[in-house]
Design a protein around this ligand. Structure first.
Ligand code: DQA
Length: 146
């Protein structure tokens, strides 16, 4: 079972970007945690990062034939991108949206995610733990455990 993990814009700067909000782990460290947890769960993960809206859409499309689901942190595109929301809706498997920070406890404009409406669910506010919880939730969802 293969899952895509897609990190959106500015997440490559984790570690130095607003550590009081996003924590001090780098994206590489977070990816390591995800890969280890995936191995423990017996699932394969394919990691991606892109700062470009169209590329994020193409990454999702690239998983259509073989992936069973995706974890997606669209970054600020969460709040603006109907095109990514359409892609999340269009792929034939579930997408779980993840955020490191609690988008509901920050600036009011962050509380609305247009992409989340198309996702199977949203996990926000647990730092790297959002991805780890997302991995468990996605596996359970794909295996029909709900
Ligand atoms: C984020 C939250 C977004 O509002 C922000 O633009 C990001 C990161 C998060 O993971 O908490 O880039 O998606």
């Amino acid at each position: 079972m293969k899952f895509l993990v897609v990190h959106g814009p500015n997440l490559n700067l984790l570690g130095t970007r607003a550590p009081e909000i996003y924590g001090s782990q780098t994206l590489a460290e977070i990816n390591d945690l995800i890969v280890k947890e995936a191995a423990a769960l017996g699932v394969e993960v394919e990691m991606h990062h892109s700062a470009h809206e169209g590329e994020i859409i193409e990454i999702l499309h690239s998983g259509i034939p073989e992936a069973a689901g995706a974890l997606l942190n669209p970054g600020a595109y969460s709040h603006t991108s109907r095109a990514i929301a359409d892609a999340v809706e269009a792929v034939p498997w579930p997408v779980i949206e993840v955020h490191l920070s609690n988008i509901h406890g920050r600036e009011p404009w962050r509380a609305r995610s247009v992409t989340a409406a198309a996702a199977a669910g949203v996990i926000a506010g647990f730092g790297a733990g959002s991805y780890i919880a997302g991995l468990h939730a996605l596996k359970a969802l794909v295996e029909g455990a709900r």
